[in-house]
Write a protein that binds this ligand. Structure first.
Ligand code: ATR
Length: 280
């Protein structure tokens, strides 16, 4: 058994994606969701371990607090102070954060080569941090813009030892337009554009150009305003389902040791999102 723990948890897509993959590969696994209140987190994790649950996905609000209960943490967990995946290896709890590697894989599998490129990243929250941590080692230049500029600058500072050109600044129309003019890839890692605020985007459509790759981590709606505008401008787009998919695929591989059937998982996600009305 594998499970996702969070609070709230009703809208999680993890069981859909993982059960489709388990069935497709005929693995003797099942994936369930548990709502765990913050003050029950330790008991839930220790209980999952005692029950021999093979793996956990950890979502809001537990990603940070759960790191206290790990026996081992991968470098991303150590840097971020947050884990989204736990492997129970014979009673030893190993923590991983697959958000960053998932984003990187989503980019690569959709034709993005990051070497020598400049990336403009919007956001400096949990997801943005994980993406920045993975990107910093790969790209030539990374510019992080956040509504709270202090968070953007702090993130840029801690990533500086990577030796690449990394800067942090305020999220403003002027900064976006300036930084976008020589960027190769734009990533929205804020929650802007998410249902119900589907008409929101910080990026004006006439700043977008065909040479640009645009990735949004918002997956509900599947086509955000930013993705629609980028498409209309002729840019190449990667929607939020891809990041969700590849972070899940990375967790799946940690738990099972099997290569994740990403097409099966994507179809399961898209049909579930479609029946939930996530297409606008
Ligand atoms: P997650 O774990 O999904 O990244 P989070 O850590 O709460 O969630 O981060 C949300 C991100 O979206 C932050 O970068 C936040 O900006 P602030 O740090 O300034 O709060 C950003 N965000 C949320 N609403 C926003 C808005 N209306 N305009 C711009 N940025 C917004």
């Amino acid at each position: 058994m594998c499970a996702v723990i969070g609070d709230p948890i009703e809208h999680t897509l993890s069981p859909t994606m993982h059960n489709a993959a388990f069935e497709h590969l005929k693995l003797d696994f099942v994936f369930v969701a548990f709502r765990v209140a913050p003050d029950e987190l330790e008991k839930a994790v220790r209980g999952a371990c005692a029950l021999g649950i093979r793996g956990l996905n950890v979502t809001m609000p537990h990603k940070n607090a759960v790191t206290e209960f790990l026996d081992e943490a991968d470098p991303a967990v150590k840097f971020l102070g947050a884990a989204n995946t736990i492997l129970n290896q014979g009673g030893r709890l190993r923590g991983f954060n697959t958000d960053g590697v998932g984003a990187l894989k989503a980019l690569r599998c959709n034709g993005v080569n990051l070497t020598g490129k400049k990336v403009l990243l919007l956001g400096a929250g949990g997801a943005a941090k994980a993406i920045a941590f993975s990107l910093a080692k790969e790209v030539e230049e990374l510019c992080i813009l956040n509504r709270d500029a202090v968070k953007a600058r702090e993130l840029a500072n801690v990533l500086e030892p990577c030796g690449k050109r990394i800067c942090g600044n305020e999220l403003s129309p002027r900064q976006i337009q300036k930084e976008l003019s020589d960027s190769d890839l734009l990533i929205n890692a804020t929650s802007v554009g998410m249902t119900p605020n589907v008409s929101e985007s910080w990026v004006k459509s006439d700043w977008l150009k065909p040479e640009l790759f645009v990735m949004d981590i918002v997956y509900n709606p599947v086509e955000t305003k930013l993705i629609q505008d980028a498409k209309a401008a002729g840019a190449k787009v990667i929607n939020g389902v891809e990041m969700l998919l590849y972070q899940g695929a990375a967790s799946f591989e940690i738990w099972t040791g099997c290569k994740a059937p990403v097409d099966v998982m994507r179809n399961a996600l898209l049909s579930r999102l479609s029946s939930a009305g996530a297409y606008v």
